[in-house]
Design a protein around this ligand. Sequence first.
Ligand SMILES: Nc1nc2c(ncn2[C@@H]2O[C@H](COP(=O)(O)OP(=O)(O)OP(=O)(O)O)[C@@H](O)[C@H]2O)c(=O)[nH]1
Ligand SMILES: [Mg+2]
Length: 175
Amino acid sequence: MMAADENEEMRSLELSGQVGFNSLPHQVVRKLVAQGFCFNILCVGETGIGKSTLINTLFNTTFENEEADHYEQQVKLRSQTYELQEHTVKLKLTVVHTAGFGDQINKEESCNPILNYIEAQFEKYLEEELKIKRSLFNYDDTRIHVCLYFIAPTGHTLKSLDLVTMKKLDSKVRR
Ligand SMILES: Nc1nc2c(ncn2[C@@H]2O[C@H](COP(=O)(O)OP(=O)(O)OP(=O)(O)O)[C@@H](O)[C@H]2O)c(=O)[nH]1
Ligand SMILES: [Mg+2]
């Protein structure tokens, strides 16, 4: 029988990898990838201008396409959420379309539903933030990240609806 070596008692643990602060970015990436990403797009444009087609092209998918008719009494916002996955990265995509935009004779009220929608999502987030027990990490974020404004290729100039809407949107989204 061999006498126990003194050094044998002090086991040293081998590191499986880097644990310094230079590994922080990897930890952040791993955490975010596990959590998944969320991206909300607002498409503002007249009926049939090509909103759905552009979104399909951008994400190289065919989302269900419910065509709007030209007889809406007022502008309505329709939001659809999709879960996409590319390799290991998950994306929760929300696309918000304007239905009936530019179809009314009196277009004075056309941009209000859009502005209200953007504002309402900020309000919802603020409400969650102000809660005593807030859970923002699993909050279903519906705030608009990007707003795409579609301009009709026909016609010589911007329509007054485009000008008014873009001017008002200017206070809510950055150019
Ligand atoms: N020539 C041409 N046609 C297009 C283009 N983009 C879309 N279209 C056609 O225009 C039609 C309407 O396109 P949609 O993408 O459904 O338009 P939309 O804005 O989503 O329409 P609604 O959802 O009904 O408001 C389709 O027949 C498309 O094939 C384009 O860039 N060029
Ligand atoms: Mg569409």
